[in-house]
Design a protein around this ligand. Structure first.
Ligand code: ARG
Ligand code: ZN
Length: 466
């Protein structure tokens, strides 16, 4: 699998640099047996640890919106992917009270965004072990290079919290192997004061209220990247219903209800329409979390249940729903491939608009292409965002979508939709790289598409039309 190749390559490159870096409290660490410090992503080099795979997270959390305090335990069921005498988890802020491995307290240290854990005795590659971290404090979101923030974000007053972690905010609320190369199943249980609702990914297994507190237990059965986890808290208006065999759960801040309801009513129709284009909806639950905030400025495709900073419009609903296939089910192995998420979700908007009386994708392509060479649209090639500040820039979205329209015009509708469906099917619950997408497109269409991708994904500045 691609991610394994990626991990292996980066492990080899970084191992030399990391031996013996555990803190003073840790046992001596033989060089080469500690996990890698970061999986080696060029844009977020510290994110994750290539030495372990987390199969499952069980998070048991308590949040107090007024005090803005989060306390809990994270239990990670992990497998060593190399011989290990220790490993690093990502955790930003918060206090760690205890770490155990298979029930035994172990030494740990904090260093920047890393929680460095020493294994009492080394384990060999392939060994399963369970890590439990007791922690708590006031979570603080991260400020990203583009000025936006991500992570656990308390909303003004005691409204609750908007919880979205792309690209690396998951570590602001739970210790994790925080790079998307590692995907895991999740149980997320959150206790909040009565009157609040905590909404997470997947299916709501149980909910009960006693002694002025409500506890919500959520379960996500499909593999999920840490950045797609949420546990957003608010005084929501909740609706639950079935769309065929799919349970839908929507939670809406009452202040956004008037604007949100008509759009959210379209969610089943959007899922059905996207299924006709992309293949079966990949998950066993759906829904939405709609917050009421004027500062966050974006929505995130949190798995099964996107979180919106305010009532979405149709384009945004279509966009975040398309991400369930492109981003959530098929996940990037490195952040520079972000156009595989954003370009595809944007192209879904183009197709929705065209199917509902808007401009045809060909015309949108032409309109965008008419923009002057100085426009932000041409500020970097979407196949190669140079830095974090540009990850979510216009080219990742719009020029990414233009690339897909160019591809569609080059290969024809039948091949194009075959490529989209095969992409979603072949990489379901896994990962995909730009190189793999290019190869699939060439295989399905039988065409040499190298010049097209070189022009649209990799050339700097405004591409010269072929
Ligand atoms: N993936 C989100 C979208 O649907 C954008 C996330 C932006 N994240 C951030 N920290 N600004 O387009
Ligand atoms: Zn998006």
């Amino acid at each position: 699998m691609t991610n394994r190749l990626f991990l292996a390559a980066t492990a080899a490159a970084t191992l030399l640099a990391v031996g013996g870096s555990l803190g003073a409290a840790a046992p001596a660490v033989p060089v080469g047996t500690k996990g890698t410090a970061g999986v080696g992503d060029p844009l977020l080099p510290l994110s994750g640890d290539g030495g372990l795979h987390v199969r499952h997270y069980a998070l048991t959390l308590k949040y107090q919106p007024k005090a803005r305090r989060l306390d809990g335990t994270a239990v990670l069921s992990a497998t060593a992917t190399q011989d290990l005498s220790g490993f690093d988890l990502d955790l930003s802020g918060l206090d760690v009270h205890q770490v155990t491995v298979d029930g035994m307290p172990v030494s740990y240290d904090r260093s920047g965004q890393k929680l460095e854990v020493g294994l009492g005795h080394p384990v060999s590659s392939g060994t399963d072990f369970e890590v439990a971290v007791d922690y708590g404090g006031t979570p603080h979101p991260l400020t990203d290079a583009d000025g936006s923030s991500d992570g656990w974000t308390a909303l003004p007053g005691s409204q609750g919290a908007f919880v979205a972690g792309e690209p690396q905010g998951a570590m602001t609320w739970f210790p994790c192997n925080g790079h998307p190369v590692d995907k895991s199943t999740y149980d997320i249980t959150v206790t909040v004061p009565q009157g609040y609702t905590a909404v997470s990914n997947g299916v709501l297994r149980t909910q009960h209220t006693a002694a002025g507190r409500s506890t919500f237990s959520w379960h996500e059965t499909a593999p999920m990247a840490a950045y797609l986890a949420t546990a957003s808290v608010g005084r929501f208006d909740v609706r639950q219903y079935w769309s065929g065999r799919l349970p839908v759960y929507t939670a809406v801040d009452p202040a956004e209800k008037a604007d949100a309801d008509d759009v959210l009513d379209q969610l089943p129709a959007v899922i059905k329409w996207e299924q006709s284009l992309f293949g079966p909806y990949p998950f066993d639950a759906a829904g939405a979390i709609v917050m009421h905030d004027k500062d966050i400025g974006y929505a995130l495709e949190t798995q099964t249940r996107p979180v919106y900073d305010e009532a979405p419009d149709m384009d945004t609903l279509v966009h975040e729903t398309a991400h369930q296939w492109f981003g959530d089910s098929v996940t990037v192995t490195r952040w520079q491939d972000i156009w595989l998420n954003e370009g595809f979700a944007t192209y879904a908007e183009w197709m929705w608009d065209a199917a509902h009386g808007g401009a045809a994708p060909h015309d949108r392509l032409a309109q965008l292409y008419a923009k002057p060479a100085t426009d932000e649209l041409w500020s970097y090639p979407p196949g190669h965002p140079a830095d974090l500040a540009h990850l979510f820039g216009v080219p990742s979205y719009a020029r990414g979508a233009m690339t897909l329209q160019e591809l569609r015009e080059a290969v024809g509708d039948q091949a194009f939709f075959g490529i989209l469906k095969q992409w979603a099917a072949t990489h379901k619950y896994g990962h995909g790289t730009t190189a793999e997408f290019e190869a699939l497109a060439a295989r399905v269409s039988g065409k040499n598409l190298d010049p097209l991708f070189a022009t649209w994904l990799y050339s700097t500045g405004k591409p010269t039309k072929m």
